[in-house]
Design a protein around this ligand. Structure first.
Ligand code: ATP
Ligand code: MG
Ligand code: MG
Ligand code: MG
Length: 473
């Protein structure tokens, strides 16, 4: 069955509506009253209020398609088939209502029924926590043969203290042609680090309370929390090699081709990584700025800066000159308009912010790249392998290179960065700045213009933001 991404999203929500769930809208990427999180990174993250009992939901059955950002996956983007920095997590949730014996057959029905996703059951595998024989028995009862069930020690969801429990994960076998590990490699199984078995859905059985003394006691109310990656399921439905050849990304890649120096997607491995990074980062920064984040030198703003600058470097690799990422905003808006019409509505503002950040970096990008490349070449000539902290700091302070970017570019050539030395330079600079400016907040010398943009962490509404943002173009 070939479904569009909008159809897959809608079908998931419709399925759980039929099972008595209320649909919650996709909440802002910026956490509200949750200092533990930089970004909303899963569907359950926005529903904590129901699970910790501070708010009682109207209906204990909830379903959503939730925008999520994961910065821990930045460097996986373009390198694995399945990782993005921005993705949508489809989820169904039970707040003390249904539990394992309902959720397991439902998951199977949605995935395999001809009325729904109609995936070939032969290609599905599940993993369970070894001590959770309940889950195993329920999968078998639902029709999954024992040969497709793997017991995996990692299948336990635990954040230290509080609700915890075993989980079960569902994998799609993309076939041997996608495998990047040998048949006898210990990672060659669903749940292992390989490109054949794609994790599409994670179902958590939150049944214990992990006490401070280390004991696990039964929770009075057992909860269900699930997450399915929309882009991954779409790649399965559209039979693509990675997340990127789907209708969620191809228009972005096609547009980037037209900006590039005669490059085409699929012709060169290195170019393809650059195309993927640009398409991914374009979505992430578009949605994050749409939700009120702005580039800056710390926290969320630093993440945006890192992503925009990393996209810029990858643009150079495709022979793109000048600012370009902002041009992808309307493309993102068009792809996503059925569920996120606000992007097209706010596109002018989002474009302005991205363009201004691109422009600022464009002034130093080429000079920074030549300093970095020269530094790498010098090291290689003498057989050394570590870029001094002072160089990495100069790249940041004078040329606007986030140190992670320096590390990544150097890493591709087998060169490390002296991070301790970098931090020491950073601390020294902060101290100098503090001494010079009293207690005013210090920012790198790249940020004179952006200092005019106040990076509020709380969304204050468009009018407010536009008043605050004195952009430079
Ligand atoms: P993986 O092992 O592939 O990194 P995960 O176990 O970290 O995934 P979960 O935390 O279980 O992911 O999130 C639930 C679901 O969200 C996953 O099963 C997957 O479908 C999707 N997902 C997670 N991380 C990403 C990502 N970086 N890009 C796209 N989809 C993701
Ligand atoms: Mg992960
Ligand atoms: Mg996993
Ligand atoms: Mg998982």
């Amino acid at each position: 069955k070939e479904l569009s991404s909008s159809q897959v999203r809608q079908m998931f929500l419709d399925f759980f509506k039929e099972k008595g769930h209320d649909v919650e809208p996709s909440a802002s990427l910026i956490p509200v009253d949750d200092p533990t999180l930089l970004w909303i990174n899963s569907g359950v993250a926005t529903l904590k209020k129901y699970f910790d009992g501070s708010v009682v939901p109207k209906n204990p059955r909830i379903t959503n398609a939730q925008k999520s950002i994961r910065t821990n996956d930045i460097e996986n983007v373009g390198k694995t088939a399945r990782h993005l920095t921005f993705f949508e997590m489809l989820g169904n949730f039970s707040v003390g209502d249904y539990f394992k014996k309902e959720v397991i057959p439902w998951a199977w029905e949605l995935l395999t029924s001809p009325k729904w996703f109609a995936l070939d059951p032969e290609k599905l595998y599940v993993t369970v926590y070894p001590k959770d024989q309940d889950a195993k028995a329920l999968w078998e009862k639902t029709g999954v043969p024992a040969s497709h069930i793997f017991e995996v020690e990692d299948n336990f969801w635990d954040i230290g203290e509080g609700p915890s429990g075993p989980d079960t994960e569902i994998f799609f076998d993309r076939g041997q042609q996608y495998n990047n590990v040998a048949d006898d490699d210990p990672e060659n199984y669903p749940g292992g680090e390989n490109e054949r078995y794609l994790e599409i859905w994670n179902i958590v059985f939150s049944q214990y309370n992990h006490l401070p003394d280390g004991r696990y006691v039964d929770q009075p109310h057992k909860n269900i929390d699930t997450g399915m990656g929309l882009e991954r399921v779409v790649s399965v439905m559209q039979h693509t090699a990675t997340n990127f050849e789907t209708d969620l990304f191809m228009p972005l890649i096609k547009y980037t081709e037209t900006l590039s120096d005669h490059r085409t997607y699929g012709a060169d491995k290195h170019d393809d990584v650059a195309f993927k990074i640009i398409a991914d980062h374009a979505r992430t920064v578009t949605f994050a700025i749409g939700d009120g984040a702005l580039p800056s030198n710390e926290g969320r703003g630093y993440v945006l800066r890192r992503l925009i600058r990393r996209a810029a470097v990858n643009g150079r690799r495709l022979g793109i000159q000048g600012e370009f990422l902002y041009q992808l905003v309307p493309v993102v808006g068009n792809i996503m308009q059925s569920y996120y019409p606000e992007i097209l509505r706010n596109q002018e503002f989002i474009q302005k912010v991205i363009r201004s950040e691109e422009k600022r970096f464009a002034e130093t990008l080429d000079a920074g790249l030549s300093l970095l490349n020269k530094s790498i070449a010098d090291l290689q000539a003498t057989g050394e392998t570590v870029i001094p902290g002072a160089t990495a700091f100069k790249l940041f302070d004078t040329f606007g290179f986030p140190v992670e970017l320096t590390k990544e570019i150097a890493g591709d050539q087998g060169i490390d960065v002296d991070m301790k030395g970098y931090e020491a330079n950073m601390t020294a600079q902060r101290e100098r700045a503090r001494a010079a400016r009293g207690d005013q907040q210090s920012m790198g010398s790249q940020d004179k213009t952006l200092m005019a943009i106040k990076s509020e962490s709380k969304f204050t509404g468009w009018t407010d933001l536009e008043d605050q943002a004195t952009l430079t173009d």
